[in-house]
Design a protein around this ligand. Structure first.
Ligand code: ZN
Ligand code: ZN
Length: 437
């Protein structure tokens, strides 16, 4: 079993001279930040229920002199610090945990259990590392407040609910994030990363994370005896054809130079060997980067489902029902390329070779909402901060072993390395953007 907090080695990174002041200030905060982290880690809350976590962020920010508003878009927190003329910079942390029962074996592991609205009893865990996000948010707030004489502008720090449901950013915007509070010119955030070593920083110019849509297809049939198929319309055969035809949306209808995923993750039908059921249910995840590809995939799914049903001779009133909540999806995250380049170059002056460019991924993150549609003028960037303990990373590589991903019950980041790196990265970027004179 790994020891609980493995950050000591990672904290010894050599830093360029210019970065030492801020790095030293971060280190002074670390014991107190780790106390907060352990508390947040042991007390995760599911999406829309982040009341306790939000309270911790709000209380910390208030102590530091921020003007704090709570319950923005559900449990969201908005903390504003006006500090003279200059740009408005937004820093975001998301607050929700996941319905995952922690199996890291840590002494500080979450033991929280809840019963969901659907009546399912489950463990709750910060399996996406949003506890590191909140802790680094507090660290950043403290450093920005302590260094007020070195920057000029308006800092807007937000604690966002329900990222895992793709809803929180939308809810905060709908509740007036950009009208009741100063609208930012820049929006920055970080996400911990389960694919590379603790303390590394990754950036991706342009599309970084994907559009994520969930689609349900109810395939209707005409049930009957398995020995007399001629008297039925078999929904299993029809749904199978639909699954197979859907594969051509990516392989034949999408340019090889665009990215897309259509995965059928769930296929349920029938109850017994010799009964042809009267329906089959499919659940899909559909991913893309551009709005055009997204629309083409969603339209194509509806067309293929209907077309296959017609080919199977289904009557008009038994066409498949394709359900997609077109507004309730996670939009792609697009890092403003020029801004990303500037920030990456700046981070390299502070963190040196720990900063690397990474390819985009097909995961989702609703941070993209803060800079799309009517808010395309907001320059935005989300960076990755590596969380895999170095020894663990090296051992896995040597043994050809796969590391636990985000959302895994085994995801055990090197929290001190993530929190200290992210606190320094976010603070230094904000101070650079609001530098005096
Ligand atoms: Zn997640
Ligand atoms: Zn996450």
């Amino acid at each position: 079993m790994r020891s609980l907090w493995m950050g000591v080695a990672a904290l010894a990174f050599a830093a360029p001279v210019a970065a030492q002041d801020l790095g030293g200030e971060v280190q002074k905060q670390m014991p107190s930040l780790m106390t907060i982290y352990k508390d947040l880690h042991a007390n995760p809350e599911l999406s829309f229920m982040e009341v306790r976590s939000a309270g911790i962020l709000a209380a910390e920010a208030r102590k530091l002199g921020f003007t704090v508003t709570e319950k923005v878009g559900g449990t969201g927190v908005v903390a504003v610090m006006k500090n003279g003329p200059g740009p408005v910079v937004l820093i975001r942390a998301d607050m929700d945990g996941l319905p995952v029962t922690e199996q890291t074996g840590w002494p500080g592991a979450s033991k929280v259990r809840v019963t969901t609205k659907e009546g399912v009893e489950t463990g709750v865990m910060h399996a996406c590392g949003h506890d590191t996000h909140m802790t680094a948010w507090i660290g950043t707030a403290r450093l920005m407040a302590a260094n007020k004489d070195k920057w000029s502008g308006t800092l807007v720090m937000i604690g966002q609910p329900a990222e895992e449901r793709g809803a929180g950013a939308r809810m905060m915007l709908a509740d007036g994030l950009y009208t009741r509070f100063p609208k930012p010119e820049y929006a920055i955030a970080f996400h911990d990363a389960a694919g590379f070593p603790a303390g590394m920083i990754g950036y991706t110019p342009g599309y970084a994370l994907a559009n994520v849509d969930s689609v349900d297809i109810l395939v209707k049939g005409l049930g009957g005896h398995g020995a007399y198929p001629q008297a039925t319309k078999d929904p299993i055969v029809l749904a199978s054809r639909i699954v197979t035809s859907l594969q051509t949306l990516v392989s034949r209808e999408t340019s090889p130079l665009d990215s897309a995923v259509v995965t059928v993750g769930s296929f349920h039908a029938g109850a017994k060997h010799n009964i042809i059921p009267d329906e089959a249910k499919l659940q899909l995840t559909v991913r893309s980067y551009t709005d055009e590809v997204r629309t083409r995939l969603l339209d194509g799914i509806a067309r293929i489902a209907k077309g296959e049903a017609i080919a199977a001779g289904m009557p008009e009133d038994k066409m498949p029902v394709v359900s997609v909540e077109k507004d309730e999806y996670t939009p792609a995250t697009f890092n403003t390329p020029e801004f990303t380049g500037e920030m990456a170059a700046y981070l390299k002056t502070r963190f040196g070779e720990r900063v690397v460019q990474l390819p985009p991924v097909m995961g989702g993150e609703d941070f993209g909402r803060f800079s799309r549609d009517e808010n395309k003028d907001v320059k935005s960037l989300i960076i990755w901060v590596g969380g895999v303990p170095q020894a663990e990373f090296d051992a896995a590589k040597k043994e050809g072993r796969t590391l636990p991903s985000l959302h895994s019950p085994f995801w055990a980041p090197d929290a001190p390395a993530v929190i200290s790196t992210a606190t320094e990265a976010l603070t230094s970027m904000a101070m650079k953007l609001m530098a005096k004179g």
